[in-house]
Design a protein around this ligand. Sequence first.
Ligand SMILES: Cc1cc2nc3c(=O)[nH]c(=O)nc-3n(C[C@H](O)[C@H](O)[C@H](O)COP(=O)(O)OP(=O)(O)OC[C@H]3O[C@@H](n4cnc5c(N)ncnc54)[C@H](O)[C@@H]3O)c2cc1C
Length: 427
Amino acid sequence: MRYDTKMSKNSTVYDVIISGGGLVGLTTALALDSAGLRVCVVDALPFETQLAAEFDGRSSAIAYANMRMLRALGVADRLGDNKGPINEILVSDGRPHSGLRKGGPGPFMLHFDAAEFTGKDAGEPLGWMVENRHMRMALLGEARSRKTITLIAEVRAEQFNFEGARAQVHLSDGQVLSAALVVGAEGRNSPARKAASIRHHGWGYGQWGVVATVAHQMPHNGIAHEYFLPNGPFAILPLSGNRASLVWTETPAAARYLKTAPDDFFQAELERRFGSFLGELTPAGPRWAYPLTLMVVEKYIAPRLALVGDAAHGMHPIAGQGFNAGIRDAAALADVLADTARAGLDIADPIALERYQQWRRFDNTALLAATEGFVRLFSNDVAPIRLLRGLGMAAVDKIGPARRFFAREAGGGVGALPHLLRGELPQ
Ligand SMILES: Cc1cc2nc3c(=O)[nH]c(=O)nc-3n(C[C@H](O)[C@H](O)[C@H](O)COP(=O)(O)OP(=O)(O)OC[C@H]3O[C@@H](n4cnc5c(N)ncnc54)[C@H](O)[C@@H]3O)c2cc1C
C-alpha cells in the first residue's frame, strides 16, 4: 500500500471510504471533504500512472453548472488555461468525402449559442472543454493539498463487509479499513456494487469511440461540431489553442484499425470526414479507442453503500454526459450527508441514502434514456430516419425556448440543484 498523504493512518477516523479514485471518486472526495466529512480514497493504480500522457486521451465537455462546482472546490483555478469555453454547438448531418462531394459537416440543423442565455445563466458558456489528464491533475492536486483527505494508491479494494455499525473494506495488501459509509466509485465493474449484490444490465452499441487530438490551422472560436455519419456521431470539440479533441464513432473493427493505422492513412481518413473548414489538420499525439456501452443498475444504494459515477450508470458519450452525471452525483451526496451529519444521525442512515438515490436515479435514468434515443436516431443512415431527425432538429432550432431549454438541460442548470452546483459549499 502507498499512502499518498501524510495524515494519521488510523482507519477508525474515516467517515467515508471512497473505493476508486478516478475522475468521479476524486470529485466526490473533495465534495464530501467540503461537507466536513473525513474521507479516505483507495485506488488500484498509482496516481502517477493516471496522470501520464498515454493513460487517458479523452477530453471532457464539462457542463457550466458543474464548472461552478469545480470552482467552489478549488479545482477550476488549478485548471488555469487548460480549460476552454464552448460558446456554440453546431449539430448537422455530415457525409464523408467521396468522389465530387466534399466531406465534413453539412449545413447545420441545430445551433446552440451561449449568447442566448438570459437571467442567472447570462454570460455562462454552454460548457467547458478540459483534457482528462489536466482534470485528473487538478483534482489530485486539490485533494493532496487538503490534509484532511487520505489518499491510498496501488491497492485494490477486494472485499466488503456492510454489516454492523461500520463497513469494512479489505484491501489487496491485507489491510482492513472501516468507515460509516463506503462510496463505490470504481467505474463500470464496481466490486463494491457486486459485493452488495446490486444487479446491473446493459448492452454494447457495436460502436467504439476513436479519440484523438488534432491541431488545425484556423481558430475554432469555441465552436463544437457534432455531425452524424453512417457509423455514428463524429464530434469536434474545441481545446485550448488551435486544437480540437475528436470523438469518432466507428465499428469495432474499423476503430481497432484506426487506432494503430499508419499516420498517413489516419490523416487521409480524418480529412475525408472532418472537412477543411478549419484549414490544414495535423493529428497530435497517440490515438485511443473505447468500446461504447450502456449500463443501468437496479439501485444506487445498499446498507452502508452509495454508488457514484460509472459504477452507477454507464452511457454513450454522444452527449458528453458521463462524467457530468458523476459530478452531479457527488454534489447531491455531499448535500445529503451534510444534512444527515448536522442532524446528528449516522451518515449511512437508510432514509438519507434513499434521499440520495431518489435525487440522482431519476435524473440519470432520464439522461440514459435520452442518450439511448440520440444514439439510435443519429447512428442511422436509413433515409426516412435521416429525414425525420433533420425535421426534428430543424423544428427545435426554430423554437427559441426549446433551444434554450436543451442548452440549459445539457449545461446542468435546471432542476433542484445541490449547493455545489449553485457554486456554494455544502452547509
Ligand atoms: C470516448 C469517450 C468520451 C467521453 N466524453 C465525455 C465528455 O465529454 N463529458 C463527460 O461528462 N463524460 C464523457 N465521457 C464519460 C466519462 O469519461 C466517464 O463517465 C468517467 O470517466 C467515469 O469516471 P469514474 O471515475 O466514474 O470511473 P473510472 O474512470 O472507470 O474510474 C474508476 C477508478 O476506480 C479504480 N478502481 C477500479 N477497481 C478498483 C478497486 N477494486 N479498488 C480500488 N480502485 C479501483 C480505477 O483504477 C479507476 O481509477 C466519455 C467517455 C468516453 C468513452
